[in-house]
Design a binder for this molecule. Sequence first.
Ligand SMILES: O=C(O)CCC(=O)N[C@@H](C(=O)O)c1ccccc1
Length: 366
Amino acid sequence: MKLTGFELRRIALPLVAPFRTSFGTETTRDALLVRAVGADAEGWGECVAMSAPLYSSEYVDAAIDVLRRYFVPAMTGVERGTQVAPALAKFHGHRMAKAALETAVLDAELRTEGRTLARELGAVHDRVPCGVSVGIMDSIDELLTAVGGYLDEGYLRIKLKIQPGWDIAPVAAVRERYGDDVLLQVDANTAYAVSDARHLAQLDAFDLLLIEQPLDEEDILGHAELARQVETPICLDESITSARAAAAAISLGACSIVNVKPGRVGGYLESRRIHDVCVANGIPVWAGGMLETGLGRAANVALAALPGFTLPGDTSGSSRYYRTDITAPFTLDAGHLAVPTGPGIGVEPLPDELAAVTVSTEWLTL
Ligand SMILES: O=C(O)CCC(=O)N[C@@H](C(=O)O)c1ccccc1
């Protein structure tokens, strides 16, 4: 499929409520969409970089610049999704920008050929169990109300953001209020140090599924040491930037569960490779999230349908974050989301909704 060019579209979606993590608070999702335009189809990719380099080194302005200056010009001659990563291999980093470009080309290719992303990746389910991520709040009462609301909506797993000073008490309160059967996990987003091991070991009393990314993303050996001192399984997110990094972290004993986030690792094809490495090592994986619109959400749900995704992911319904999504909304059904069945990622932006949140567009001809 011959490509004629790409559109970079920056959008701003207000969140239904502030979302606070150990590294900041989001109130509006500043996001970059990439549209690949081919002779007889177009495809979409969502860059999950945040406004500022607080989750990782990437941020929206940098993604726009690197796409415009280096990555899109390197797409000359590229006609299939599998050709994108090799064409970008000489460039270091910027995995979220690379992922958006690869997904847009892959979506256009699959739409041209009438194939779904789910099938292309090796999905084996037609719906996926959904968890929800709950931010840091001003009070335990506020947290318990939020958690109760999500449980009422049918979410099958609760993830609590934690940080020093907001960890043991909120976990204990949720366990005390909602019981021991609720699937519960925590996410520290690198907020602790290995010297906090004894403190974090207090979480062992609460039968958590996992503790996600407690230490700095580069502290693989620290996570291996922490795993020796804490019973709760350690899950890595920010540290796992590729299948090679996953293999190394697993062999070093740094994690026993992996959060697979396509944007963080450079795309859905590398995500499948991470899945395969983890399955080969008996390591469960689950689909992470980055407050995606329905475009990224659709692709994440397809990925979450692969056999090794045995834990509910951060694949919540659209209404968790947005009053109005830019695609038909993803709505929870008995705690699950249906895997899209249309070609490619299976969804498209709704023109009016997309226009309403568009901040800027830029066309780059190949
Ligand atoms: O449900 C979602 O899409 C968000 C899930 C979530 O908590 N993402 C976290 C994370 O660190 O995994 C995050 C939040 C905000 C910004 C970046 C990452």
